[in-house]
Structure formats: structure tokens, C-alpha cells
Design a protein around this ligand. Structure first.
Ligand code: TXA
Ligand code: MG
Length: 343
């Protein structure tokens, strides 16, 4: 298959993308978080092709994307007031809510669950595509399963060229990490995945927010979890990522002691001078977590090479989107972190 490239600025890009979706095809769509691999979320055959193109495990459900918050009622039932409040404050934006789903949503989309994840993304061309398609658009991140999410159209083509009908290029994503997922089906809202929306903002509206254990610790492959996606190896380059905590100086001393030819360092821009000769890549500024979020996946992709063995990585502290960056890096590392007493 010859994958077409549409530019978001082209006047007919949205209409052409929507026509492909209506016909059961796959289109990679830009969102403010990461690029999504879109299909008609109500079409079982189209949804099946998403799983096939990504090599995604069948038990990992998809997020449905809607153009307007009001469309929530088409696919969900028993929507609590708190969910409407979150929608009013944070949509369109990097927030996904898990809610009880209506029978119109195929079980293949939800991987057999009776809940569905829903998001109204911010990117204008993508909301126009969804509006013109006239259906909720199922879209996981547009990467091969297990690889870092894609934040440019080039990343998408690297993973999926020839497997999908088209990609809509809207330049690099503004946020750079995926949406924050909150499960609204229980008595207390639960954070299933930290992401582009700061958890502090959610908590301020909700009052209480539980954090799912899968956010902070590794999950066994056979575990029954609220967020099925959390149990799979994620974001991982071919080499082994090892997180080095601690102060700038201590971390640099540790890395310089253990660095071997063929290794690499993933660090903050402020730290670059400390890693002369250690093959460093900076993914953003430590004093600005938003730059780290925007740069993380591109950097992990650059370092995804067979000739790199260990990637020593520096993780931001603190909340906001830094929390999501820390979560993605820990997952990329398979939660391998140097104990403080070894620094
Ligand atoms: O920012 C994003 O959320 C991007 C863009 C494209 O919107 N999408 C994205 O999709 O990250 P994906 O499939 O890569 O991650 C969706 C996560 C998975 O971990 C999946 O298990 C979880 O959402 N999920 C989907 N439906 C769920 C449900 N009903 N209950 C719990 N978790 C669910
Ligand atoms: Mg993903």
C-alpha cells in the first residue's frame, strides 16, 4: 500500500482523511499529545486493522476520539456529573476519561470491556476530520506496539509506512506525551496514566484522585489491571534504559564510572557539559518540564539503535507534566533505577 501524506494546511486534507475513515481505512492523525492511528471506532473490521498494523495485543482497548464534548452521550451511559465537569474544564485537551459504554461501541474497540476511554483532542484539523467522518475515531498512539509514541509525521512513516492509507502532517506535537487517563467508573476517580494534563489540576476539580498501582510499579504480564495497556513493555529502545537519580554531580560521577563504549546518555540540556565523550542526547531543559515532554519520544527514537547497549537516563522531579515524563522513562527502563546508595 502506498501511504499518502496530507499536510494539515491543505484545504482538502480533512475531507480526504475523513473519506478514508468512512471507507474503513486507517489514517494517522495529529493531536496535541502524540500522533494517533485513526479508524472508524464503530467499524469492527477497521478497528481490527489498527491492531494488525501496530502489532497490538488484542486485549488492549482503544481510545475513542470525539469532536465535541456533547458527543460523549453517543458512546457512554451513566455519565457522572464530575465527568461533565472535567469535560467542561479540560476538553478539548489532553484528558481521557473511562466511562460505562453503550452497546453501539463494538467490543473489539473496548477489548471486551463494558467501559470505554474517550477523549476530545485539541488539534483543529483532527477535530474537523472527526466531525466530517461523522463517527467517533478510535486512535491509539501511531507507533509500532512497544515502541515510543510518535510526535511527528516522520516518526509515523518510520513505523507504519505502507501499512496505512494516509498520515496527516501537522508538524511536531505541542505536548509530546499521551493524554492523562482517569477512570470515572468507580466511587473515587482513579488516575490510570499520568499524561499531558497535570494531575494536580484534576485533583483540584475532583477533590479526590486515587493513583492506580500500575502507574508507579511494574505489572506482571498475567495481571488483571484496570488499564490493560499498563502491563506491556512500552517506549523501549533496543538498548537497556537505566535511570540514574540524584544530584547532577552524583549522577554524572556514577555514569562516568560505569560508561562503556557503545553506551549513551539521555540527559537535560543543562547537563550536556558534564557528559563530554559519553554520547549525550539532551531531550529538554530540566527547569522546563514541558520541553522534556515535547522532546522525550523523539530522543528515545534517536537512541533506538542496535549498536547502543545501555542508555543512562536522567529523570525530572516534581509534578505537572514532569510526572508523566518520569512515568514514561520508568516504563522505558522497565523500572530499572540505580539505588541511591550506589551513587
Ligand atoms: O494522547 C493519547 O491518549 C493518544 C492520542 C492519539 O489520543 N492515544 C493513546 O492511545 O495514547 P494508546 O492506545 O496508545 O493508549 C491508550 C491507553 C492504553 O493503555 C489502554 O489500555 C487504555 O488507554 N485504555 C483504553 N480503554 C480503556 C478502558 N476502557 N479502561 C481502561 N484503560 C483503557
Ligand atoms: Mg500507545
Amino acid at each position: 500500500m502506498n501511504t499518502k501524506l496530507f499536510r494539515a494546511g491543505d484545504p482538502d486534507a480533512a475531507a480526504r482523511a475523513a473519506a478514508i475513515l468512512r471507507a474503513g481505512g486507517l489514517v494517522a492523525i495529529p493531536t496535541e499529545t502524540v500522533y494517533g492511528l485513526g479508524a472508524n471506532g464503530l467499524d469492527e473490521a477497521a478497528v481490527a486493522r489498527i491492531f494488525e498494523a501496530k502489532g497490538r495485543p488484542q486485549d488492549n482497548p482503544l481510545i475513542l476520539h470525539i469532536a465535541e464534548p456533547a458527543r460523549l452521550t453517543d458512546i457512554c451511559r451513566d455519565i457522572p456529573g464530575a465527568a461533565w465537569e472535567l469535560a467542561r474544564r479540560f476538553w478539548p485537551g489532553p484528558l481521557t476519561m473511562v466511562l460505562p459504554c453503550r452497546d453501539t461501541v463494538p467490543r473489539r474497540t473496548t477489548a471486551g470491556l463494558d467501559t470505554v476511554a474517550v477523549r476530545c483532542p485539541r488539534t483543529a484539523v483532527t477535530r474537523e476530520i472527526i466531525r466530517l467522518a461523522g463517527v467517533p475515531v478510535a486512535a491509539p498512539s501511531a507507533n509500532l506496539s512497544g515502541k515510543p509514541s510518535t510526535t511527528t509525521a516522520e516518526h509515523v512513516l518510520h513505523d507504519l509506512d505502507g501499512k496505512i492509507e494516509a498520515v496527516v502532517d501537522d508538524g511536531p506535537c505541542q505536548v509530546g506525551v499521551e493524554s492523562t487517563i482517569v477512570d470515572m467508573t468507580g466511587p473515587v476517580p482513579r488516575l490510570l496514566r499520568p499524561g499531558g494534563l497535570a494531575p494536580e489540576l484534576l485533583e483540584a476539580v475532583l477533590g479526590r484522585l486515587e493513583v492506580d498501582p500500575a502507574v508507579t510499579a511494574p505489572v506482571a504480564a498475567d495481571a488483571v489491571v484496570r488499564a490493560p495497556g499498563m502491563k506491556y513493555r512500552h517506549y523501549a529502545p533496543q538498548g537497556q534504559v537505566l535511570i540514574v537519580p540524584g544530584s547532577r554531580e552524583k549522577a554524572a560521577a556514577y555514569i562516568r564510572r560505569h560508561f562503556a563504549p557503545g553506551d549513551a546518555v539521555l540527559c537535560f540540556q543543562e547537563e550536556l557539559p558534564l557528559y563530554d565523550g559519553c554520547n549525550p542526547t539532551a531531550y529538554g531543559r530540566e527547569d522546563d518540564a514541558e520541553t522534556l515532554a515535547r522532546g522525550l519520544f523523539a530522543a528515545l527514537r534517536e537512541l533506538d539503535r542496535a549498536d547502543i547497549s545501555t542508555i543512562f537516563a536522567r529523570c525530572p522531579a516534581g509534578g505537572g507534566v514532569g510526572y508523566a515524563v518520569r512515568n514514561r522513562l520508568r516504563k522505558a527502563a522497565g523500572f530499572r533505577i540505580v539505588p541511591e546508595d550506589e551513587l
